[in-house]
Design a protein around this ligand. Structure first.
Ligand code: SAM
Ligand code: SF4
Length: 348
């Protein structure tokens, strides 16, 4: 039958075609269980029983763009904040002391953080802590990508969101599909690893388009692929749309692991928000990375890119990790984390 044929192709390292990817996205019951098992086995073979914990600092919620789905879009009436360079560095230092190896600096598209301001922050983090840096600050100039790369930025996260031109244009009033694709290329050419991904369950999105999303990640050699459910955000044009489906989101994670293999797949904050067990289930379905939100608590509430965002604090990360029977990185020192004020419910 079809699933057996697909498994044989995967075992023989033969690329799956779009029809086969669609088939996997539509499996149910025992075939669903088999899909998840296959993804888990491939995760184990390619990555091992290791979870990467990365921490994100959402340093500004100002944005010049108006993406229809996003809670921090320009027209949304929310309290805006910007962290100073000093505040950002203080936060990074805490992460460094805990043993986090990669920090993700994320914001809306905020021109206040000029090339020079960003370079100053990047250089200070590199000099003081030698940590890996992922930038997620939207589309920038070609020259800036090169400067960021030269200053030591390792990864640049700019999601395609959807690889369907039709849908991309529907959800992005200010963006152009070809430009987003071009930027994905420019990021790699500048010497950084490209991180991408997209949202599952966007209004009007089809299974065919989701299959294209996964193929896009494979064809572009994307290194970190964040697929999570779309979640409606208050005050946006999509506030009354229904959220993405948990099971479909898990299937996408599993199929992405099977198709792209040696990549970082986060168990996203969005999936944790959709369902309390979302992250654990994603870790059992091929995911291997957890993002810890490390935005100062006083600011977090204003970075609601979708409503009721579930804060993936460290206690949750640890719980998910244990439930998924994975090893925690040794460098996480719980006593120290407690001193920093993280709540830890379960100790291993
Ligand atoms: N401004 C930068 C950008 O757009 O790349 C970085 C910040 S943006 C808030 C980060 C990610 O949040 C986007 O790539 C998008 O996938 C996700 N996001 C925004 N609104 C969302 C929603 N309503 N549901 C799920 N994910 C959402
Ligand atoms: Fe701004 Fe990014 Fe949200 Fe779009 S997705 S409105 S660019 S923060």
């Amino acid at each position: 039958d079809t699933l057996k044929d697909i498994v044989k192709k995967v075992e023989a390292n033969i690329e799956l075609n779009k029809e086969e990817i669609k088939y996997l996205l539509e499996v149910e019951n025992e075939e669903y269980d088999a899909l998840i098992r296959m993804a888990d086995i491939i995760r184990k073979e390619c990555i091992g029983d290791r979870i990467e914990i990365r921490a994100a600092i959402e340093f500004s919620n100002y944005c010049r763009k108006n993406c229809n789905y996003c809670g921090v879009r320009r027209d949304n009436k929310i309290k805006r904040y910007r962290m100073t360079e000093e505040e950002i560095i203080d936060e990074v230092e805490k992460l460094y002391k805990v043993g986090i190896k990669t920090v993700i600096l994320q914001s809306g598209e905020d021109p206040y953080y000029t090339t020079d301001r960003m370079l100053s922050i990047i250089k200070e983090i590199k000099q003081k802590f030698r940590m890996g840096i992922t930038l997620s600050i939207g589309e920038r100039e070609e020259e800036e990508y090169r400067l960021f790369s030269d200053a030591g930025v390792n990864n640049y996260l700019l999601k395609i969101e959807t690889a369907s031109r039709r849908l991309f244009e529907l959800i992005h009033p200010d963006d152009d599909y070809d430009i987003r694709v071009k930027h994905t290329r420019l990021i790699k050419e500048a010497g950084m690893r490209a991180a991408s991904g997209g949202m599952i369950g966007l209004p009007t999105q089809t299974i065919d388009e989701i299959a294209e999303d996964i193929i896009f990640q494979r064809d572009f050699g994307i290194h970190m692929i964040g697929f999570g459910p779309f979640l409606p955000a208050k005050g946006t044009p999509y506030e009354n749309c229904k959220p993405g489906d948990l099971k479909l989101s898990l299937k996408v994670v599993a199929v992405t692991r099977i198709v792209c293999q040696h990549v970082f797949l986060p168990a996203t904050t969005a999936i944790a928000t959709l369902h309390p067990d979302g992250q654990t289930l994603a870790l059992k379905a091929g995911a291997n990375t957890i993002m810890l939100i490390s935005t100062p608590p006083s600011l977090r509430d204003n970075y609601q890119i979708y409503s009721n965002k579930n804060m993936v604090d460290l206690s949750f990360a640890i719980k998910s990790t244990r439930d998924a029977k994975r090893k925690l990185p040794k460098y996480l020192n719980y006593d120290y984390l407690k001193e920093l004020g993280y709540e830890i419910e379960d100790e291993l």
